[in-house]
Write a protein that binds this ligand. Structure first.
Ligand SMILES: *Cc1c(COP(=O)(O)O)cnc(C)c1O
Ligand code: SF4
Length: 369
């Protein structure tokens, strides 16, 4: 807990302001000089931050800032929220739109890549901007509000496309919107017969858990089945407020999943990942995906070798509850979609039998029928 945050704002953890998500949102830290009041920064770091902000804005909620260790240069929370000069190093294989979402977009703000489900991008705002964000090409344009016309066109596409049975509301972060704005979208989707489930992708439980209010949950539960996927990357993010927010989501009957990104020097070792996954399950959050970091411009310093993810998965399979083990996927550059990458347990497979290794590396055979 970073107490400098509380003295900077002149409040404490029990102040009504602190518990008010609108206060958290309005008081986000957006400049290097504000940040320097809260964490230790030298002159060079302040300059670096300012030059990065031209590329992708910074915003950190006071709550998320309070999780930063103010004197740790490589604090895992800091590295996700505070710009590094590495962001200005753009490699030739990197791209603004690494997953080719624009070309899979039949109408603005909808990405339709898989047969039965779509992404519906409803906002470009987030409570805290992740330095590893892969939608930087539009995320952070805070004056963008989806127009009535764009919203209706997207909903019209979904209602006319009968094979869509799953709509994933994403952005930006949909939970930065007001309950009413969100309800307008969700109720229109719920009125479409062939839409079975509505999913919300949000990092709010991690970066601004006070947004998960009883009012929001009461609204959401009127439109079940609703699922939420969130985005914890490090065990330290599972602070008491975040855990309480997640538990209240699950108590509202909303299954909660988690998508992590493998990030170099943040969570790319088996012990950190194991601790994260076990804490998630304990908070009733189901680990869903671990993503290999995408080839988005300016996030190359977060990338790990593919073998790292495979080795981490090997250290999980069999050792901890299957419930705590997510799929490891690479979202294929150019728009191929998510491809699961698994450790290889098969030694041989022919008409007679399969020979395979268990998690300890011992060989077993299973005869073919
Ligand atoms: C990730 C993603 C989805 C959802 O995929 P699931 O594997 O069902 O979670 C849908 N559409 C697009 C474009 C995506 O990138
Ligand atoms: S919350 Fe999601 S969309 Fe927003 S900055 Fe982070 S990764 Fe990007």
């Amino acid at each position: 807990m970073n107490d400098r945050v509380f003295s900077y704002y002149g409040i404490n953890k029990d102040s009504p302001e602190w518990r008010d998500w609108k206060w958290q949102y309005e008081n986000r830290i957006t400049t290097a000089s504000e940040l320097s009041k809260i964490i230790t920064l030298n002159e060079q770091e302040m300059q670096d931050i300012s030059s990065c902000l031209k590329g992708f804005r910074m915003a950190i909620t006071p709550y998320f800032a309070s999780l930063i260790d103010p004197d740790d240069r490589v604090c895992p929370i800091k590295m996700q929220a505070v710009p590094s000069i590495n962001e200005t190093h753009i490699h030739p294989w990197e791209n603004r739109d690494p997953l080719n979402e624009e070309s899979a977009s039949p109408v603005p703000n909808v990405v339709h890549r898989y047969p039965d489900r779509v992404l519906f991008l409803v906002t470009r705002q987030c409570a805290t901007y992740c330095r590893h964000c892969i939608r930087k090409r539009h995320v952070g344009e805070e004056d963008f509000v989806i127009s009535e016309e764009e919203k209706n066109n997207a909903i019209k596409y979904i209602s006319e496309t009968k094979q869509i049975r799953d709509v994933l509301i994403s952005g930006g972060d949909p939970l930065t919107m007001s309950d009413n704005a969100l309800e307008d979208i969700i109720s229109k989707l719920r009125a479409i017969d062939h839409v079975d489930i509505i999913r919300i992708g949000t990092r709010i439980p991690v970066t601004m858990p006070m947004r998960i209010t009883p009012g929001l949950l009461a609204m959401l539960r009127r439109y079940h089945p609703i699922w939420i996927n969130t985005h914890f990357n490090h065990p330290r993010e599972l602070a008491p407020d975040a855990v309480a927010a997640c538990e209240s989501i699950v108590d509202a009957g909303i299954p909660l999943g988690n998508q992590s990104v493998l990030l170099r020097n943040i969570n790319d070792d088996a012990d950190t990942m194991k601790e994260l996954l076990l804490k998630l399950v304990k908070a009733r959050i189901r680990p869903y995906y671990i993503y290999q970091c995408d080839l988005c411009e300016g996030i190359g310093h977060f990338r790990t070798k593919v073998e790292t993810g495979i080795e981490i998965l090997k250290s999980l399979n069999g050792y901890i509850s299957g419930l705590a083990v997510p799929k490891f996927v690479i979202d294929a550059p150019g728009g191929g979609g998510k491809i699961p990458i698994n450790p290889d347990y098969v030694v041989s497979l022919d008409d007679e039998k399969i020979v395979m290794l268990n998690y300890l590396g011992d060989a077993y055979a299973y005869p073919q029928p």
